[in-house]
Design a protein around this ligand. Structure first.
Ligand code: PLP
Length: 386
């Protein structure tokens, strides 16, 4: 019999797996399930980015690079931080990773000791508490509510600071809430980090996907205390390329590089050249981002209006491409509600359980308007025949 490690055993089996494997099973049997569960753009990677990757392959840029990324890319990220975020990070304060996920993973292992506490606004993306727990540190949720649009209250952060608190994780625009934290909230959280000597890990993967709200980087207010994490996945429709990056105080970046040098080494060289094109040809890239943003906004409005009309209360999120819908009218238990949406309406969603969102399910609107309309029609039938 195989003896698994305590670490491996400590990973929480995902409550959502049951629903997604059932969705796959139905699909295999030929049932036309519409998936509102995946967190990825339905757009193709822009042509100028693909062309740069093809050129990189053809010119033999297919070997190991520096662990922290090719110098040109770190330069381009440094320039991006200055241009778009008002952050000053010279290239040696920048590192390139295999997806935003690895940047977060490296950051947590670089910063946390067992027993440390990490404040995480909740509902949150499932990987934060899981990764934090893997380091032996303790995730401490900071509750936010649908009534306020999941806005973070800095006082709720500060009352949870103890002598063991080491860092605060922010994700704005947020998955799964879509909340965008306004500048005054970020400034207040930055003040808390400064007063208590904490680090902030700011996950800005969805920064470009905001619909009227102002997206600001918290690193502006507390540069010495902030590690900013970002990547190509969501902004440039590049989820499969696995390209993320981070900028922050040099000791943190150096420790992240050391961790990466003993695990995965550099991010894919080809993906690095693709990301370089995305950042250097930023006017072209911005045109794509603008089109995608307008499309998501239209889809959000369609979905939110439809769900509310069906009696599934759904706040209007200001960013990212997710909504959290209150499904208690369908069933008080969100797992059961998700199961009914799948079995009764052939719509796959993610129950809020793992996000810390009881009574709610997450729907991604990175799908076509036609699919959203069809989802609403099917849910209408389901609700009508209850
Ligand atoms: N951060 C958040 C909030 C996410 O939702 C995701 C992807 O789902 C990631 C990070 C990871 O992105 P990547 O594909 O670059 O690893």
């Amino acid at each position: 019999p195989v003896q698994l490690s305590r670490r491996a055993l400590s990973l929480k089996p995902s409550a959502t797996v049951a629903v997604s494997s059932r969705a796959l099973e139905l699909r295999r049997r030929g049932v036309d399930v519409i998936s509102m569960s995946v967190g990825e753009p339905d757009f193709d990677t822009p042509a100028h980015i693909k062309a740069a990757a093809i050129a990189a392959i053809e010119s033999g840029k297919t070997k190991y690079t520096a662990v922290s990324g090719i110098p040109e890319l770190r330069e381009a990220i440094s320039a991006k931080f200055a241009r778009e975020n008002g952050l000053t990070h010279p290239p040696d304060e920048v590192t390139v990773t295999s997806g935003g996920k690895q940047a977060l993973f490296n950051a947590f292992f670089a910063l946390l000791n067992p027993g440390d506490e990490v404040l995480i606004p909740s509902p949150s993306w499932v990987s934060y508490p899981e990764m934090v727990a893997l380091t032996g540190a303790v995730p401490v949720p900071v509750p936010t509510t649908p009534g306020s649009g999941f806005l973070l209250d800095p006082d709720e952060v500060e009352v949870r600071v103890t002598p063991r608190t080491r860092l605060i994780v922010l994700n704005s625009p947020g998955n799964p809430t879509g909340a965008v934290f306004p500048p005054d909230v970020l400034e207040a959280v930055a003040g808390i980090a400064q007063r208590h000597g904490l680090m902030v890990v700011s996950d800005e993967m969805y920064e470009h996907l905001v619909y009227g709200a102002e997206q600001v980087s918290i690193g502006r207010y507390a540069p010495e205390h902030t590690l900013t994490v970002n990547g190509a996945s969501k902004a440039y429709a590049m989820t499969g390329w696995r390209l993320g990056y981070a900028g922050g105080p040099q000791p943190v970046i150096t420790a992240m590089n050391a961790l990466q040098s003993q695990s995965t080494s550099n991010a894919s060289s080809v993906s690095q050249y693709a990301a370089l094109a995305a950042l250097e040809q930023h006017h072209e890239t911005a045109q794509f981002v603008e089109l995608a943003r307008a499309a998501y906004r239209q889809r959000r409005d369609l979905l939110v209006a439809g769900l509310n009309a069906l009696g599934l209360p759904t706040p209007t999120p200001q960013g990212a491409f997710y909504v959290l819908a209150d499904t208690t009218r369908l069933h008080p238990d969100e797992l059961e509600a998700a199961r009914r949406m799948l079995d009764g309406a052939r719509v796959a969603v993610v129950p809020g359980t793992d996000f810390g969102a009881p009574g709610q399910v997450r729907l991604s609107y990175a799908v076509s308007p036609e699919q959203i309309t069809e989802v609403l029609r099917r849910l209408g039938e389901l609700m009508g025949t209850r």
